[in-house]
Write a protein that binds this ligand. Structure first.
Ligand code: G4P
Length: 193
């Protein structure tokens, strides 16, 4: 997605060789028109897949995912990273370890919002090692639904997430694929849409 790559080049900053700061349009401040374009691009790439639901992980996945759900005219379901003590019933949970944040969390799906037979487009802001996407996919399958594709706003193509997910049979749709980054350079690999 050209518009997204241009925005990353303009406003993104490599914190180091591994972490890309995109706080001004994705993580802290959200550029809503850009997210609408992201949603349209993901929806367009997934339009033949019979998607019945978009699923994302709080919190930075929500902005691109809500726009994708709107473009596909399907509900958006949000996976939480912890569960409230009063909401123990009707949930599916799995532990996810984040290497970027060096912390584990309980990914939580409220079962009644993903139905058996649903065809899910899983949307997230970043793909690094694919741990979050694998955890989310596991919960979606436990609910009896299938993961038709995984839509990613920014893939760090120098990390193994994409290969891990594809090896497990998932289709990955990344709008920007960062191949390499350093203090004054960000290079892209060919994106999927
Ligand atoms: P993985 O699931 O692909 O293995 O990724 P990982 O656990 O390493 O990433 C965990 C968190 O770090 C996610 O945010 C992800 O969006 C974020 N992240 C990973 N790499 C980068 C990066 O290069 N830049 C930025 N800005 N974020 C990155 P999260 O914990 O879910 O936080 P949030 O969604 O609440 O913001």
């Amino acid at each position: 997605m050209k518009q997204l790559e241009e925005r990353i080049l303009r406003d993104g900053r490599a914190l180091n060789a591994d972490v890309l700061l995109v706080d001004s349009f994705l993580n802290n401040q959200v550029d809503a028109p850009l997210m609408a374009a992201v949603g349209k691009a993901l929806a367009g790439a997934a339009k033949e897949l019979g998607i019945t639901r978009v699923v994302t992980i709080e919190s930075s996945g929500i902005a691109p995912a809500v726009m994708t759900a709107m473009a596909l005219d399907v509900p958006l379901v949000i996976l939480k990273k912890s569960t409230s003590r009063i909401l123990k019933d009707d949930v599916l949970q799995t532990e996810v370890f984040s290497f970027t944040k060096n912390a584990a969390y309980q990914l939580t799906l409220k079962k009644r919002f993903v139905l058996p037979g649903d065809r899910v487009l899983l949307v997230d802001d970043f793909l690094a090692r694919g741990e979050a996407a694998q955890g989310a996919s596991k919960l979606i399958k436990q609910a009896g639904a299938s993961v038709a594709a995984i839509g990613i706003v920014i893939e760090k193509a120098f990390q193994p997430g994409r290969a891990v997910l594809m090896q497990k049979g998932y289709r990955v749709i990344s709008l920007a694929r960062v191949a390499k980054m350093g203090e004054d350079c960000i290079e892209f690999a060919e994106a999927d849409a």
